[in-house]
Design a protein around this ligand. Structure first.
Ligand code: SF4
Length: 199
């Protein structure tokens, strides 16, 4: 996709990110830190979104604002470069799909990675959805339908419904999904479609 810069991430997060990435972004801003699997999930998503290696280093350096440069360079720079295929075995790591996020590396209580539709307790999920998406048109009257889907274990369907509700102003109707009736299968698909609708 198009290149994005570290400075653009806040605004992109607020306009275009699915709940999993919004949650990681908010946790990063709040704690000035993310644990390993959170960095991995969010970092690969941002890479695919168009953050270059230099912008990624700048983004994480600024985000981890309460550690010193030498700690950052020692503990984090290598891993960021590694995820861009620039260190170690130089693999070109893909961003995780919803299926991978839903089923691998289950988050513990202190973690912020994973899929909120699956991994948050129902009360927390409802509170998080409202505080995250009410400015984009989600209301408490939307929650019963979403929570019904969550309860049935159809997490990506819930995420797709939230996409539709929060893109009403861009002309998205129920059943349109993330384009052509497709449901959400990848966080980068969600963000890409949202950005496309803004154009
Ligand atoms: Fe993220 Fe996929 Fe879960 Fe949506 S369904 S919050 S895109 S992991």
């Amino acid at each position: 996709g198009d290149e994005i810069t570290a400075d653009m991430v806040d605004e992109l997060a607020h306009k275009h990110f699915p709940m999993c990435m919004r949650n990681l972004h908010e946790c990063l801003r709040r704690d000035r830190h993310l644990k390993h699997y959170g960095r991995l999930q969010y970092g690969l998503f941002l890479k695919v979104l168009g953050l270059s290696i230099d912008e990624a280093v700048a983004f994480w350096r600024r985000s981890f604002s309460n550690i010193q440069d030498d700690k950052f360079n020692k503990e984090y720079r290598y891993n960021i470069r590694h995820s861009y295929g620039l260190e170690g075995k130089r693999a070109n790591y893909a961003a995780k799909s919803c299926q991978q996020i839903l089923t691998s590396d289950q988050p513990g209580a202190q973690d912020s990675h994973g899929c909120p539709y699956r991994h948050f307790a129902p009360d927390n999920l409802q509170t998080a959805l409202l505080s995250t998406y009410s400015s984009q048109g989600l209301t408490s009257s939307d929650l019963p339908e979403i929570m019904h889907t969550v309860k049935a274990g159809h997490y990506h369907v819930a995420c797709t419904r939230v996409f539709e509700i929060t893109h009403l102003a861009q002309g998205v109707k129920k059943g349109d999904g993330a384009g052509g009736g497709e449901s959400v299968t990848h966080p980068n698909q969600y963000a890409a479609r949202s950005r496309e609708l803004e154009k």
